[in-house]
Write a new protein. Sequence first.
Length: 304
Amino acid sequence: MARDYYQVLGVSRDADKDQIQQAYRKLARRYHPDVNADPAAEDRFKEVSEAYEALSDPETKTRYDRFGADFRRVPQDYDEPVGARGGGFGAGAGGFGRGARVHVGRGFDGDVDFGDIFGDIFGGGGYGPIPGADQEAVLELSVEEAFRGGRRKLRLGERSYEVDIPAGVIDGQRIRLSGQGGRGSGDAPAGDLYLVVRIEPHPRFRLVGRDIYLDLPVSPWEAVLGASVAVPTPSGEAKVKVTPGSSTGRKLRLRGAGMPNPRGADGDLYAEVKVMVPVTPTARERELFEQLAAASTFDPRRER
C-alpha cells in the first residue's frame, strides 16, 4: 500500500504551499540519484517527487485529500460524497501526481527514467482518453551558458532531446518542449515537458535579474588617479574606466553588458571597486607609502 503523501514529505495535513515546497527541496537534495549513490535513493526520490506534485497544486491536493490514491482516476466532474463508495478512495494513500519534478545536472545527462517515474498512469481507468500530464525537470546552467544560449543535447533516462536554450535565460525561466511530457491514454495527446532553469553560483559573477555584478580589484594609485582596466564579462574581456578618487564600493556601470533580453533592454554589468593593498610591500614600496603618509593630510575617518 502506498504511503501517505504528507508522511512522505514529513509535513502536516494543514501545511501551506511554502512548507510543502521547503520539505520537498530538502528531501530532493538528499535523495537525488546524482548525489546519493544508495540504490534505494532513486525510489525514495521518485516517491518524494510524486508527493510534491500531488500536494503542491491546490486542485490536485484537494482531490488527493478527498479520494486518496485513486484521485487521478476519478472524473473531474465526480461529486459523490467521500465514503459513499465501498472502499477504493481511501484518504492519504499514494498515487502519481501531476508531472513529477526531476533534476538535470550540469552534464545534461540525468539518470532518472521518466518512464519509471511517470509511466502511463492513466491507462485502464475506464474513463476514456485522458491527455498526458505536463512534467518538469530542473536544468542547471552556468552563467556563461545562460548568457550565450544555444542548442544543447539532453538525456533524461532513456530519452534524448535537442533543446534550444534562448540567450539570456534567467533563473526560474521555463523552457517548453511541446508534446514531450507524460503519455496520454488512448489517442489523447502527450503533455509538455518544461525545463526550469537554475543558474549555478559563479565564482565571479552575481546575477540580480538581468544585471550582472562583480568585484573589481584596483590598486591604491589606480583608485586615486583613475585608470582604464580590464574587466571580465560572460562574453569576454571589456575595459572599464576607474574614476579618479574611487573608493571601495563604488559601482562602475557597463550599460547593456549584462544578460541579453530578447524582449527588451539587455541587463547592465556593474563592476564594484575594491581597493587592494600589497600584503608584503617591498622595501621601496614601504618607503614610498611612508613618504605619502608624511606628506598627506587626508583622513578617511574625518572625511566621512
